[in-house]
Design a protein around this ligand. Structure first.
Ligand code: KG4
Ligand code: ZN
Length: 348
């Protein structure tokens, strides 16, 4: 079973060919980061137009890389939400039109389910059940995963997502967009103990997060130091290191609490922030200390990509949660779509 998957929910156009048995056959990505950088964030209308420009060339590229033709594809899959509606429609439109032309099925996939299952593309592959820490630019959630399609929300952010906290504080420190990778690079030169930043909700027994207070605290520290212009490179690096440490402390503490609460044998980390080296190191240490296993997606599949979408469709088909004949001729996308409300038939 070969699935051609499309991801276009935000600022990456991702197309991939995934084989249910052999894993990723080819995946290609076009990042819009440079285009949005001058605006300091994603401009939805520009994002949609750029997806239109790249979706077909990327499709040609993965077919060429895998030495396959469209005739070899058994099914198509696309991100149907959550995300930017106009951007989502590009992937949905591409997948549905190719599907119609070939007489093959096209499946609507939930973006976060793609992230959540993507660590299963790694070797070794985490078996079910597990607790997932989903940390992307738009979401921070702890999810109990019993099987494909069987998800219970354990806790989530009450305001900003972890990735958003990285992006917003990076902006305050004069770093580019997206802020996560830039902030963690600068943090390598800094001392995290140089500034004492809040760890919101860390001592609360529930599994919810809050990150919005952190950016206010970072803003106050920069003001106390006379603003960005007056700060030395070392002060900026120290503040970056302290910010990263505060975010990671909260994520590690809540993820460990979830593992103890659910008594799960394994933790799976997914989403863009899962690429963060400090988070990886600290969670490996917790896993050793508390006797659980921890899994991350392959580094190149942490952030948005088409492989996770194709793979989620393959997993759903394999679990009998999708009608192999496909879905209706009408397709819709959903800007908002809670993962734990995902029906067994993933029609949006
Ligand atoms: O999952 P993702 O690619 O997109 C969404 O679905 O949102 O996540 C993007 C987020 C951005 O906020 C980015 O700053 C963050 O992941 N990110 C990182 C790192 N790489 C990406 N955050 C911290 N450290 C990183 N190395
Ligand atoms: Zn994502």
């Amino acid at each position: 079973m070969i699935v051609l998957g499309f991801e276009s929910s935000c600022d990456e156009t991702g197309v991939a060919l995934v084989c249910a048995k052999r894993g990723v056959l080819a995946h290609a990505l076009h990042s819009q980061v440079a285009m949005h950088a001058e605006y300091g964030g994603v401009v939805p209308e520009l994002a949609s137009r750029d997806h239109v420009r790249h979706v077909i060339p990327l499709t040609r590229q993965v077919l060429k890389d895998a030495q396959l033709t469209l005739e070899d594809v058994d099914a198509l899959a696309y991100t149907a939400g959550p995300g930017l509606a106009g951007a989502l429609l590009v992937g949905a439109g591409a997948a549905q039109s190719i599907a119609w032309s070939l007489g093959k099925p096209a499946f609507a996939i939930h973006h976060l389910e793609g992230h959540l299952l993507s660590p299963r593309l790694a070797d070794p592959k985490p078996e079910f059940p597990f607790v997932a820490l989903l940390v992307s630019g738009g979401h921070t959630q702890l999810m109990q995963v019993r099987h494909v399609g069987d998800y219970t929300l354990l806790g989530e952010t009450l305001d900003d997502a972890a990735g958003e906290a990285f992006d917003k504080t990076a902006k305050l420190l004069g770093l580019g967009y997206p802020g996560g990778p830039a902030l963690s690079r600068l943090a390598e030169e800094g001392d995290p103990r140089a500034f004492d930043l809040p760890r919101p909700l860390i001592h609360r027994p529930d599994l919810d997060f809050s990150f919005s207070g952190l950016k206010t605290a970072v803003l106050q520290r920069t003001k106390t130091l006379g603003g960005l212009d007056q700060m030395t490179h070392q002060q900026r690096a120290d503040l970056a290191a302290a910010t990263q440490m505060a975010i990671v402390d909260v994520l590690v503490s809540k993820a460990t609490a979830a593992m103890r609460q659910v008594k799960s044998p394994r933790l799976v980390v997914a989403g863009g922030v899962g690429a963060n080296a400090l988070l990886r190191k600290r969670l490996y240490a917790q896993a050793e200390k508390f006797g659980f296993e921890v899994y991350f997606p392959p580094l190149d599949l942490c952030t948005d990509n088409g492989a996770m979408i194709a793979y989620a469709a393959a997993e759903r088909l394999n679990a009998g949660l999708l009608d192999p004949k496909g879905q209706s001729d009408i397709f819709e996308v959903r800007a908002r779509w809670p993962l734990d409300q995902l029906s067994h038939q993933s029609t949006p």
